[in-house]
Design a protein around this ligand. Structure first.
Ligand code: KG4
Ligand code: ZN
Length: 333
């Protein structure tokens, strides 16, 4: 069965063809250069770029997979959560494709797709497992019983982990999105240099990262360092110090949740799961007897192949959408 997946939930225009669990193509067209000078995503620009690019990106996905629209058995589209204007572009486009080509359509939750990205890899987990989604918009822990069976056991009460990375990067004068820059700088810095508060929220699987942001603001002020223009050494040491606290909290919560939920497998996914230190420490959990699954970096960040596979599994369980399918900025799993 061939599935065409479409994702326009934020700032990446993406289309992919998957043959059930096998990726035939996965085109991701990044808009970053149009947003970075504003220090974050400008929703209006994102929607307009999606409109400009969606057809070409979809054609490239079909061409790279060496198939035509006539060969596709199902079109799957991200319905939410995400930026409403961006989502609507993907949705209207996919509904038009479905109508014109008489192919069935299915709406997919972006978070379900992030979790299912791991099933596009050669090595994928058995059920049940724990899943941590760490991205620019979400930091949530789920107990996953089966495809379509998710129970949220924790979530961020304020900033998402990726949002914290991006906001702190901005204070350090780094471009948007800041996660990859902090990741690189941290390798050259001293993680012990600045003692930052560890936001743990004991007795809960929730997260809170906004205090870290405030602590760094205060540190800059106390050291008389101008926000957005710190010296290079400070950038490196602060990146290392911030990242070490962030990764420590994420890893400790995963471990606690695995033990409390009596689970032995963890899947870590979403953009921040591309972080090198998080990946290294997550793999270390295997020494303690847990199984850890991390999709490849390209499948951790937003892409349409994950929409395709999640759409495939929904279709298999008998779910169907129709042309009344609508976009939802907030869409819980
Ligand atoms: O999943 P994603 O592509 O989009 C959302 O659904 O949000 O995640 C984007 C987020 C951004 O905040 C970005 O800074 C962060 O993932 N990110 C990273 C790394 N690569 C991307 N954060 C830390 N280290 C990285 N290497
Ligand atoms: Zn995402």
């Amino acid at each position: 069965m061939l599935i065409l997946g479409i994702d326009t939930s934020c700032d990446d225009t993406s289309a992919s063809v998957v043959e059930e669990r096998k990726i035939l193509s996965n085109i991701v067209s990044s808009q970053i250069k149009f947003h970075s000078k504003y220090g974050g995503i400008v929703p209006e620009i994102a929607s307009r770029k999606h409109i400009e690019w969606i057809w070409d990106v979809t054609e490239s996905a079909l061409n790279e997979a060496k198939v035509g629209l006539k060969d596709i058995d199902l079109v799957a589209v991200c319905q939410g959560p995400g930026l409403i204007g961006s989502l609507l572009v993907g949705l209207c486009f996919t509904k038009a494709l479905s109508f014109a080509s008489k192919k069935p359509i299915i709406g997919v939750n972006h978070l379900e797709a992030h979790i299912q990205a791991v099933f596009l890899e050669e090595k994928s987990p058995d059920f049940p497992f724990l899943s941590l989604i760490v991205s620019g918009g979400h930091t949530s822990l789920y107990r996953v019983e089966d495809f379509g069976k998710y129970k949220e056991i924790g979530r961020t009460r304020d900033d998402a982990a990726g949002e914290a990375y991006d906001k702190i990067a901005k204070m350090l004068g780094l471009s948007y999105p800041g996660g990859p820059f902090i990741d690189a700088l941290a390798k050259e810095g001293d993680p012990e240099k600045y003692k930052l508060p560890k936001p743990f929220l004991h007795g809960s699987f929730d997260f809170s990262f906004s205090g870290l942001k405030t602590a760094i603001k205060v540190l800059l002020k106390n050291l008389n360092i101008q926000e957005g223009n710190p010296p290079e050494d400070f950038r490196k040491d602060l990146s290392a110090s911030f990242q070490s606290v962030m990764v420590e909290v994420l890893i400790e919560k995963i471990k606690l949740a695995l033990n409390e939920q009596r689970l032995k497998r963890a899947v870590i996914t979403g953009g921040v799961a591309a972080n090198s230190e998080l990946r290294k420490q997550a793999k270390n959990l295997e020494k303690e007897g847990f199984e850890v699954y991390l999709p490849s970096k390209a499948l951790c960040t937003d892409n349409a192949a994950m929409i395709g596979i999640a759409g495939f599994h929904k279709f298999q369980r008998g779910e169907r959408s129709d042309l009344f399918l609508n976009a939802r900025a907030y869409l819980p799993l």
